[in-house]
Every structure is written in structure tokens, then in C-alpha cells.
Design a protein around this ligand. Structure first.
Ligand code: GDP
Ligand code: IMO
Ligand code: MG
Length: 426
């Protein structure tokens, strides 16, 4: 019996989908607990690629219960589409449960996300424009609409009308078009009927599973540095991708969590705006982008690429209490003569070992690198630590030393089984 939280240790896209799918083989329940369809999680099984935005990456196993927790913001149209997509692919979806207290992304949230990004001009965040930020704003402002409200026609109509008065005014101020209640009501009531069978008290479902001694896996979205409290604010998302988010976003107490695994790429990437100390703007960055196919799963944007940053890993270990790391995409570095790890930052003549919170300071930090020899060998068929070349093992060991936690899993390719288990998670 064990409850494991799996989070992104960097800026998202670390390979959480692949790892969740890999571990879900042993899990009875897999839960998404924050974010929305800003997430794009890729799972590759037997040459088939699945891109998931809202449904947990455990869905490919018919025996695994998949839960969309209360902390997720749900775009019901996107969820219905994702269910249809999976059905077309022959995947059973009757094992899905959706929290009745998850907030609903409304069409005005998505439009506001677009308009507000445009108005930010040079200060734009580079959001995915899926309405995620504005939906969390309404949740905090106590004007949000939850799944349970969507399922109650009268309640929904009332809340929609009240909210539209405000949102249409706001959209008008921004010079954008508002919505009539009818154009939202009709499709949303249809989604309500399609989603109704899945909606339940998911905190109860999860806690009962834990009490029954089941293996439970919490699948984070985004990453540590996109956390609204712990990330590179304001260049963050509006939720808590760090481990604490799992408790709030699933309705589970911290005493029920046994392990926290941080997924980290063997290098660093970032989508959207904001500082990125180890970013490589020249041919080295292009090499990583091409070899790692670093283009956004959700928006298709090219990802910014750079060397591995151990300051970030140590920070992720601290704010999420990581038990271990899962290191992904090590194979992307196969060709390199030298691999570099950032061990600290130089800032105004000083050496920083901890991640600074002032954005201006972070932007002025220059990385201090340690160079290690590359392994110049294809590692994609390695299935044990012993099958990895000595220089690749040396790189992993150095990461463990610098991060202060062991590496429990190494991913050497996108496929489910292109995975080296150093220490079993369940
Ligand atoms: P997530 O958002 O954390 O789930 O990550 P994404 O799915 O957005 O991006 C990770 C990408 O890397 C996907 O295309 C995966 O198929 C791919 N991937 C995951 N692990 C590995 C790996 O070890 N090697 C390689 N080459 N690709 C990987
Ligand atoms: P997964 O789960 C990488 C980034 C956006 C932007 C910022 C805010 O696939 O790792 P938002 O739309 O959330 O308001 O955008 O967060 N972002 C992600 N970057 N992976 C993700 O998800 C992301 N979800 C949001 O690019 O910089
Ligand atoms: Mg992704």
C-alpha cells in the first residue's frame, strides 16, 4: 500500500505523462489534482502516441480508476472531446471519475485569457490561452461555477446569468465581444448530461482507496517553477503544481502521502515567457530542441531549451519534499561530447546556491557550470543501470549528489518500456 505524488521538478513537460503511464501499471487509482487543459501529457505505447490534457495518464489501463480531482479546472467541451478521442482509439473510459467540486472553465474565461494576454503587451506571460488563469481567478473570487452547479440546470442558469453581467461588461471594456446566456447554456447543458455519470465525491473515493490499502498515484501537471506560490512569479500558472497541491486538489490529508517523486528532464526546458538562467539561445539549444522534439504538446510552441540546473532541482526537493527524482530524456544528450550542469549562480560577484525570488535578480544570474564527459552512445535500449554507459551513470550520480536525493527512475526514450527502474516506486 502506498500513495505517491508525482510532480514536475522544472517548468513543466518533464515527461510526467510517460512516467504516470509507466507507474499506473501498478496503481489502482491515478488522480489529476490541479491545472486544466493547459497541460499536455504524452504517452507512447507500442508506437501509438496519446496526448492527454485533462484525463489522467493512467486511463490506458482498463483496471485503473482515473480521477479528475477538485483542484482541476475543467473545460467540459474539451473533456467531452477527450473522452470521444479515447473511445475512438478503443480505450475504455468508464473508469473515470470527476470531482463535483472541480471548477468549470467557461467560454468567457477563455476569451478573457486571450484578451488579457494581448493587453499585457511586452509583459505577457505566454499563457496557453485555455482560460485556466481566469477560471482560478473566479474560484478565488468566489464567483466560480463548479461541476455540481453545472449539473443543476436552475443553479447553473442563475450563476451564468449573474456572471455574464460582469464578464460581458469586462469584455466590453477590453473592446471584446460578450456572450448571450443562450449561446453558453445550450452546449453546456449538453456537456452536463454527457459528464453526469462520471461526477461524484472524489475525495471520498480516493480516501476509501487509501484506507483499503490500494496503490494511489497523484499525477501533477505543470512544474515546480510554474507554481503560483513557489514559481517564477508572475511567469507562472494559477495553481499549485508542487506536492502540497495534491492534498488540496484531491481532498487528501498530508499524513496519507508516502512518497513524492520529482520528474526532471536531463536538461531544462520552458514554454512561455520569464527568466531561464541556463537557456541556450544558440546551436546547442537548437540541437536539444530537435533531438528532444521540444515543441509544446498543447500549443505546438517551440520550447526554450538549456542545460540541467541543479539549483532548480535542489529547490524542487525543498519545496515539495521530494523522496527521489525520475530523470527523463537522458537519451536526448546521447550525441554530446560534453554535458553541463549548473551548480550555482553568479550574482553581483556572489555565488548563489539557492534559487532567488526576485525576478530581476534571477534575470541577472549567470550560471556556474560543471562539465562532464558525454557518453556518445545510443542508450535507448538500456533497461537497467548496468546497461548505461559509465559516463551516463556518472552524470546521474552527479545529479543525485547535487540534488541531494536519489534518482529512482531513468527514462531513455518516449516508449512505455524505455525506462530503467533503479528503485521500485510502489
Ligand atoms: P509532460 O507534460 O510532463 O507529461 O511532458 P510532455 O508529454 O509535454 O513532454 C514530454 C515529451 O517527451 C513527450 O513527447 C514524451 O513522449 C517525450 N518523452 C518522455 N520521456 C522521454 C525520454 O526519456 N526520452 C525521449 N526521447 N522522449 C521522452
Ligand atoms: P504540462 O502539464 C509547460 C505555462 C505556459 C505559461 C504559463 C501560464 O504539460 O507540463 P497558463 O495557460 O497555465 O495560464 O500559462 O505556464 N504552462 C506550461 N508549460 N507545460 C505545461 O503543462 C504548462 N501549462 C502551462 O506556457 O508560461
Ligand atoms: Mg506537457
Amino acid at each position: 500500500m502506498s500513495s505517491v505524488v508525482l510532480i514536475g521538478a522544472q517548468w513543466g513537460d518533464e515527461g510526467k505523462g510517460k512516467l504516470t503511464d509507466f507507474l499506473a501499471r501498478q496503481a489502482d487509482v491515478v488522480i489529476r489534482y490541479q491545472g486544466g487543459n493547459n497541460a499536455g501529457h504524452t504517452v507512447v505505447v507500442d508506437g501509438r502516441t496519446f496526448k492527454l490534457h485533462l484525463i489522467p495518464s493512467g486511463i490506458l489501463y482498463p483496471g485503473t480508476l482515473c480521477v479528475i480531482g477538485n483542484g482541476v479546472v475543467v473545460d467540459p467541451g474539451v473533456l467531452v472531446q477527450e473522452l470521444e478521442y479515447l473511445k475512438r482509439e478503443g480505450i475504455l473510459t468508464d473508469n473515470l471519475r470527476i470531482s463535483e467540486t472541480a471548477h468549470v472553465i467557461m467560454p468567457y474565461h477563455q476569451r478573457l485569457d486571450e484578451v488579457q494576454e494581448e493587453r499585457r503587451g511586452a509583459y505577457k506571460i505566454g499563457t496557453t490561452k485555455r482560460g485556466v488563469g481566469p477560471a482560478y481567478m473566479d474560484k478565488a473570487a468566489r464567483t466560480g461555477i463548479r461541476m455540481v452547479d453545472l449539473l443543476d440546470r436552475e443553479e447553473f442558469e442563475q450563476k451564468l446569468e449573474r456572471n455574464l453581467a460582469d464578464k460581458n461588461h469586462l469584455l466590453g471594456v477590453y473592446g471584446s465581444q460578450g456572450f448571450t446566456p443562450r449561446e453558453i447554456l445550450e452546449p453546456y447543458l449538453k456537456y452536463a448530461d454527457q459528464l453526469r455519470p462520471y461526477v461524484t465525491d472524489t475525495s471520498l473515493v480516493i480516501n476509501e482507496a487509501i484506507a483499503a490499502g490500494k496503490h494511489v498515484l497523484f499525477e501533477g501537471a505543470q512544474g515546480t517553477l510554474l507554481d503560483v506560490d513557489h514559481g517564477t512569479y508572475p511567469y507562472v500558472t494559477s495553481s499549485h503544481p508542487t506536492a502540497g497541491g495534491a492534498c488540496i486538489g484531491a481532498g487528501v490529508g498530508p499524513t496519507k502521502i508516502d512518497k513524492v517523486i520529482g520528474v526532471a528532464k536531463a536538461y531544462t526546458t520552458r514554454v512561455g515567457e520569464g527568466p531561464f538562467p541556463t537557456e541556450l539561445l544558440g546551436p546547442d539549444g537548437d540541437h536539444i530542441r530537435e533531438r528532444g522534439y521540444e515543441f509544446g504538446t498543447t500549443t505546438g510552441r517551440p520550447r526554450r531549451c538549456g542545460w540541467l540546473d541543479a539549483v532548480i532541482l535542489r529547490y524542487a526537493v525543498r519545496v515539495s519534499g521530494l523522496s527521489a527524482l525520475a530523470l527523463t530524456k537522458l537519451d536526448v544528450l546521447d550525441d554530446l561530447d560534453t554535458v553541463r550542469i549548473c551548480t550555482g549562480y553568479r550574482y553581483k560577484g556572489e555565488v548563489l546556491k539557492e534559487f532567488p525570488h526576485g525576478l530581476k535578480a534571477l534575470a541577472e544570474c549567470t550560471p556556474i557550470y560543471e562539465d562532464l564527459p558525454g557518453w556518445k552512445q545510443d542508450i535507448t535500449s538500456a533497461r537497467s543501470l548496468e546497461e548505461l554507459p559509465p559516463n551516463a551513470r556518472r552524470y546521474i550520480e552527479r545529479i543525485e549528489e547535487l540534488a541531494g536525493v536519489p534518482v529512482a527512475i531513468v527514462a531513455v526514450g518516449p516508449g512505455r518500456y524505455q525506462t530503467v527502474t533503479v528503485t521500485p516506486i510502489f
